[in-house]
Design a protein. Sequence first.
Length: 131
Amino acid sequence: MLCHNFLFFILLIIIFTACVTSECFQGQVIAQTTKYGTADTQCTFRSMKVLSGSSFKLPFPDCLECKCTKTSMTCCEFGFASGKVVPPTGCVAHNDACKLVFVKKTNSSELCKTTKRTDKSKNKPFTSRRS
């Protein structure tokens, strides 16, 4: 009986799991030495210079999180901007200022209950329609 309850619990978690994956891209890193011999590493993003060791987030509609290191500039889409979503069964995804909101297919004013999953590799995401 305990085994059946455990399996039922695992099945519920899988059913109500929402999976979100993001798309990432690399930016440009510029390393130079000042005339006084100081190593200066910067990243560029949309004509903006970013100091190495910095990170920032851009709000809706961009929904990007970027990190600049001495060796790379990485920006990843997050939330609805990631473009790949697996909503729970019977639910659809909607954009709410860079956050995903899952609502019932039959009633868009009713939120779906979701559980975050740590191992996203087992789900096969589909490309959502961005609104």
